[in-house]
Design a binder for this molecule. Structure first.
Ligand code: GLC
Length: 631
C-alpha cells in the first residue's frame, strides 16, 4: 500500500473499511456474473479493491467533503431544481478555461448540471466527435489540461453546478497505447480487444448483430494487417471494442473512472454501454454481463466516492433502457441516471402527428423504475434520432410501427406534405429500410423554415413548439437537459458539408459553434432567441419552486379524452401535478368531468403562470400551450 494510505487518519481508514464491508456483497455478486468461473477470481476481486483503496487514499480533501454532503443528501440529483445543459467544450467556449468564463450565462439559465461531451485526448480527426479516445488520462490538448478540468469542476461546484463528462468505455481509438501495442504483436494487449484469426467466428457473430453505422462503417469486424487478425469494431473503423471478458480491462477502466472522480467529475456518462459484452448467438446488446460491469463499477466506486453517479447512454427501446437504472437485487445499484430517449422520440412524434395517442399508450407501458433513479429528459442531443417506437405499441393504437417510423423520417426530412421541418437522414439501412434523422431542434420544429419564408406566423408557431417540448422535458420526471444552442433556437449548421473530415456524418448538422451574437439577443423579448431563452428561464424558475417534480415522484401518462392534449400526472407525498400539453395548432379543451375523474376536481392553479381555473370550468389550453395544474 502506498504512503498516501499510511498517512490517512485512523478515522479515514475506518470509513473506507466500513464502506467496503457494506459494498462487499454487491462487489462479489456483480463480479461473479463476469468472472465467477475463473480460478483466479478472488485474486482479481482483491486487485479491484486495491485499486479502490489507492484511489481513496488519493481523494482530495474538498471531494471528501462533497462525499459527506452526498451521503447526507442522497437524492441530490433527483431534486426538482436540477437543470442540465450539455455542450462540446470547443464549440461552446473554445477551451475548459473558456467554459469557466461562461458560468454566469449558465447560471442565468438555471443550470445545476453541466455535461461536457467527451473531452479526453482523442484520435486525430476524424474521431467521431472525440468519441475515439487515445488517452484516458489526459484532456484533449486543444481544450486544456487535467488541472484545468479540476479547476473548472471546483468553480462549477462553488456555483452549485455538478460536472458531468463522458467515459467512452465500450471502445478505444485504434491509436490508443493498448491498440498500438496490440498492433505491434503484444499478446497481453491483443487480449484487451476481441481479435480473431479468421472470419469463422466474426461471420457467426454477425448473423445476429445490428448495423450501427451501415453507410459509413458497415460490418462489425476489421481486418488488421499488422496483427493478421480480425478485430471487433461496432462503431467507426478507428474505434475498437474493448474485451471486458478480460478482467484486466475492467481494472483499467475502474482506475480511469476513479481518476476522473478524483478530478472532480460528479457524474460520468457511460458511453454505448449496451455493447460492452459479447456472446455468440445473441445481438450482443444489453446482456446481463453488460449490466454486471456497470454494477461492479458502481459498487467499487461507491467505496471511494459515494456521491459519484453513472449516467447510462443506452439508446434502445424502453424495455431495454429501464433495467440500466437497476433491477432485482441491484435495484438502485447500477446507473443513477439514463437517457429517456423514448420520450424524446414521442415528443417529435406528437408534434408531427398532432396526436398524443401513441405516446400516451407507450408511456403507460414503461416498466417500473427504481426509486433512486432519474431520467435525463431531452429534446435534442448531438446524436441522431432513432425512432425507438415499438411495433407492438404502434399496433395497439392502430398504427403500423414501420410505416409510422417511416412517416416520421419523411416528416422530419421535410418530405411530407405540410411538414415544417428541415432535417436530414442519418445512416439509411438498406436492409431494414430504417432511417434515422438529424437536425437542430429549432430546424426540426419549423423555425428555420419560418425564417426562410420570412413568415411571422410560422416563426411564432415554431417558437411555441420549441417551448412546448421543453416544457414537457421539464415536467415529465428527471433532469431536463438543454442541448447547447437550443435555448436560443439555433438552427442547422450546414458548414460541416464543406469539411472533408465531417461531411460524411450528418450529426454535425446539430453540432454548431455556439452563436454568442445570438446569445446577446436573449433579453430581447421580440426575437425568437429572446422568447425561447426567457421561456426556458421561466421554466427553470417554475421547476425550482415545484418540489412535486422530484424525480422519485411517479410519472403517469393519462388520457385527457382529447387526442391532441397530452396529459401526465406527477404524484408523490411532495404533491400532485397534472401536466397538460397541447400538441396541436388549435386550442384544445379538457372537460371538468374528466378533470374530476383524474382527481383534479375543484379549483386549479397553474404553477407556471399563477392562472386560476374554477372547479366547474372546462380547461382550455392554447395552441402548443402547456399547464402545470395543482388543486
Ligand atoms: C455514443 C455517442 C455517439 C458515438 C457513439 C460511439 O452513442 O453519443 O456520438 O458515435 O457513442 O462512441
Amino acid at each position: 500500500m502506498s504512503n498516501r494510505w499510511d498517512r490517512l487518519t485512523k478515522l479515514e481508514k475506518r470509513i473506507f473499511e466500513l464502506r467496503l464491508a457494506q459494498a462487499r456483497p454487491d462487489i462479489d455478486a456483480s463480479l461473479q456474473k463476469l468472472y465467477g468461473g475463473r480460478s483466479d477470481f478472488a485474486v482479481w476481486v482483491e486487485r479491484y479493491v486495491e485499486i479502490a483503496r489507492e484511489a481513496y487514499a488519493q481523494r482530495p480533501a474538498d471531494l471528501r467533503d462533497l462525499d459527506l454532503q452526498r451521503v447526507h443528501e442522497a437524492d441530490w440529483y433527483q431534486q426538482s431544481d436540477m437543470i442540465g445543459y450539455s455542450c462540446y467544450v470547443d464549440r461552446f467556449a473554445g477551451t475548459l478555461k473558456g467554459v469557466q468564463e461562461k458560468i454566469p450565462y449558465l447560471k442565468e439559465l438555471g443550470v445545476t448540471y453541466l455535461h461536457l461531451m467527451s473531452l479526453l485526448q482523442s484520435h486525430s480527426a476524424p474521431n467521431d466527435g472525440e468519441y475515439a479516445v487515445s488517452d484516458y488520462r489526459s484532456v484533449a490538448s486543444d481544450l486544456g489540461t487535467m488541472e484545468d478540468l479540476t479547476a473548472l469542476a471546483k468553480e462549477l461546484r462553488y456555483h452549485g453546478m455538478s460536472l458531468c463528462t463522458d467515459l467512452v468505455c465500450n471502445h478505444t481509438a485504434d491509436s490508443h497505447e493498448w491498440a498500438m501495442q496490440a498492433k505491434g504483436g503484444n499478446e497481453t494487449y491483443q487480449g484487451y480487444y476481441h481479435a480473431f484469426p479468421d472470419r469463422t467466428l466474426p461471420d457467426q457473430y454477425e448473423e445476429n448483430l445490428r448495423e450501427i453505422f451501415p453507410e459509413t462503417a458497415p460490418g462489425s469486424f476489421l481486418y488488421i494487417e499488422a496483427m493478421e487478425q480480425w478485430v471487433w469494431s461496432t462503431f467507426n473503423r478507428y474505434q475498437w471494442d474493448l474485451n471486458y471478458g478480460n478482467p484486466a480491462v475492467l481494472g483499467e477502466m475502474l482506475d480511469i473512472i476513479l481518476n476522473l472522480a478524483n478530478n472532480g467529475v460528479e457524474i460520468i456518462r457511460m458511453d454505448a454501454v449496451p455493447f460492452m459484452w459479447k456472446q455468440m448467438g445473441t445481438t450482443c446488446e444489453n446482456l446481463p454481463e453488460a449490466h454486471g460491469i456497470l454494477q461492479a463499477f458502481r459498487a467499487l466506486s461507491r467505496v471511494v466516492a459515494p456521491g459519484l453517479v453513472f449516467k447510462a447512454e443506452t439508446i434502445e427501446t424502453p424495455d431495454n433502457v429501464v433495467p440500466y437504472l437497476g433491477s432485482g437485487t441491484f435495484t438502485d445499484k447500477e446507473c443513477g441516471i439514463a437517457y429517456h430517449n423514448s420520450f424524446m422520440v414521442y415528443l417529435w412524434s406528437m408534434l408531427a402527428e398532432q396526436s398524443v395517442v401513441l405516446s400516451t399508450y407507450s408511456l403507460q407501458q414503461l416498466p417500473e423504475m427504481a426509486s433512486a433513479a432519474a431520467w435525463v429528459t431531452y429534446v435534442r442531443c448531438p446524436d441522431d434520432i432513432g425512432w425507438a417506437i415499438m411495433d407492438d405499441h404502434a399496433a395497439a393504437v392502430g398504427l403500423n410501427g414501420f410505416w409510422h417510423r417511416s412517416f416520421l423520417s419523411d416528416f422530419y426530412q421535410g418530405d411530407f406534405e405540410g411538414s415544417f421541418s428541415c432535417g436530414d437522414v442519418f445512416q439509411y439501412n438498406p436492409e431494414t429500410k430504417e432511417r434515422r434523422i438529424c437536425g437542430a431542434g429549432a430546424s426540426l420544429a419549423g423555425l428555420e423554415n419560418g425564417v426562410e419564408q420570412d413568415d411571422s406566423y410560422r416563426i411564432d408557431l415554431a417558437v411555441q413548439r420549441i417551448l412546448l417540448i421543453h416544457n414537457m422535458i421539464f415536467a415529465v420526471g428527471g433532469i431536463p437537459l438543454i442541448y447547447m444552442g437550443d435555448e436560443l433556437g439555433m438552427t442547422n449548421n450546414y458548414s460541416y458539408l464543406s469539411d472533408p473530415e465531417l461531411q460524411d456524418d450528418s450529426r454535425w448538422l446539430q453540432r454548431p459553434m455556439m452563436d454568442w451574437e445570438l446569445a446577446a439577443q436573449r433579453h430581447q423579448a421580440n426575437t425568437p432567441a429572446g422568447r425561447i431563452f426567457q421561456g426556458l428561464r421561466h421554466l427553470s424558475l417554475a421547476r425550482q419552486k415545484t418540489p412535486a417534480l422530484h424525480s422519485a415522484a411517479a410519472s403517469n401518462a393519462v388520457w385527457t379524452h382529447n387526442d391532441q392534449l397530452f396529459g401526465l400526472i406527477r404524484q408523490s407525498p411532495r404533491g400532485r401535478i397534472l401536466v397538460l400539453g397541447n400538441f396541436s395548432d388549435r386550442p384544445q379543451r379538457v372537460s371538468s368531468t374528466r378533470l374530476d375523474e383524474l382527481g383534479f376536481g375543484g379549483d386549479l392553479i397553474d404553477q407556471l403562470t399563477g392562472q386560476r381555473f374554477a372547479g366547474w370550468m372546462d380547461v382550455d389550453v392554447r395552441p402548443y400551450g402547456a399547464l402545470w395544474l395543482k388543486v
